[in-house]
Design a protein around this ligand. Structure first.
Ligand code: TYM
Length: 356
């Protein structure tokens, strides 16, 4: 525990820019996770201090097989590293090893309002028709997510579009905490506001990759059909088969982006091509517009294999070296703990808890 007197405090108007994001270790990491999130984590390392977490506490909001969880935690870590996250420059760790996340989440459970959580669409989707049987953790999930971000007083959070509402809730929690305890924060000389309002970074060409089987559904780790997604560990043949079997419509590709309106599957495949090639939809259509899907799909297979296969190969190589992965996670959690514990100590002082 760090004594108050030596804790350097960043004035609230000068929150240092800091990036935080997380991925759940629930298996089946896919191209949506990669293009919507992990790929975008990499260049942020050049401009920001970055913290990338494997959110295992979030994973257990639905039942996880203990024998598979360790494998999945290693797999997300391997995906981070294979995609280009440098564990020396950035902090890479798993959430359960930094207890401040769970402690701050409890405090945020007492800040967040039931009405706010009741509005969360992801809970409704995940709980389905049997809400009574959903875990309390699944309901409180967004408060833990706010704790993840705010334990580091992170200012920027790169995520896919599906996390937008959770990010808005994190901002509401930060705002309410700052307001509810404004006098106390000032009294302790912690500035006007203690938490920054984190900015979601929902950017890039593919913030919402759709299922290969149904262009109206988000590509998801939990879809029962493996043909709905390209997984990061799929080999070249599997990638090719999945893309060849991807649903399309009977028409040729249009020559202009407007022609993709209402053609959800075509739009998804063209978007995937653009994101993998780091170009835009217009450029893709200027090459493939007017042509058949079979020609376009063959080119998409080539691009997908060229970009994804090296990541899959590197992930497999890293997964075969579990000691190295453990070292990365251990080092990351030690560095994360220093920052998160400092925040939590301030929060305890703000709340009026007695620290022994
Ligand atoms: P998770 O594990 O479901 O997804 C990890 C990241 O991948 C993005 N993503 C997608 N992007 C584009 N197209 C898709 N089809 C697609 N599916 C998933 C997600 O938006 C996410 O960025 N709640 C989070 C994990 C989390 C977190 C955090 C994120 C926990 N604490 C704090 C940021 C900050 C989640 O379930 O991600």
């Amino acid at each position: 525990m760090v004594p108050d007197t030596v804790v350097p405090f960043v004035p609230p108007t000068q929150f240092s820019p800091r990036v935080f994001s997380g991925v759940q270790p629930t298996g089946n990491l896919h191209i949506g996770n990669y293009l919507g999130a992990i790929k975008r984590f990499v260049p942020l390392q050049d401009s920001f201090e970055c913290i990338y977490c494997v959110v295992d506490l979030h994973a257990i909001t639905v039942w996880q097989n203990p024998n598979e969880l360790k494998h999945n935690i290693h797999e997300v870590t391997a995906a981070y590293l294979a995609s280009g996250i440098d564990p020396k420059r950035s902090i890479v760790f798993n959430q359960s090893q930094v207890s401040a996340h769970a402690e701050l989440a409890w405090i945020f459970n007492c800040v967040a309002r039931l009405g706010w959580l009741n509005r969360m669409t992801q809970f409704k989707e995940k709980a389905g028709k049997t809400q009574e049987n959903a875990s309390v953790g699944l309901y409180a999930y967004p408060a833990l997510m706010a704790a993840d971000i705010l334990a580091y007083r992170a200012t920027h959070v790169p995520v896919g579009e599906d996390q937008k509402q959770h990010l808005e809730l994190a901002r509401d929690i930060a705002q309410k905490f700052n307001t509810d305890f404004a006098d106390r924060i000032a009294e302790l000389d912690l500035g006007d506001s203690f938490f920054p309002l984190p900015d979601p970074l929902i950017q890039g060409p593919a913030p919402r990759v759709m299922s290969l089987r149904d262009g109206s559904k988000k590509m998801s780790k939990s879809d029962i059909s493996d043909y709905s997604r390209v997984n990061l560990t799929d080999d070249a043949d599997t990638i090719a088969t999945k893309i060849r079997k991807a649903k399309t419509d009977p028409d040729n590709l249009p020559s202009e982006a407007a022609g993709l309106n209402g053609r959800l599957e075509a739009l998804n495949l063209v978007t995937l091509f653009a994101a993998l090639e780091e170009t835009n939809i217009d450029a893709v259509l200027s090459t493939f517009g007017g042509g058949t899907f079979s020609v376009f799909k063959a080119a998409l297979v080539d691009v997908a294999v060229a970009k994804l296969a090296p990541i899959g190969t590197e992930m497999n190589r890293l997964m075969a070296a579990p000691d190295y992965i453990q070292d990365v996670l251990r080092d990351g959690s030690m560095r994360a703990r220093v920052i998160a514990d400092e925040t939590l100590n301030h929060v305890k002082d703000i709340l009026g808890f007695v620290r022994g």
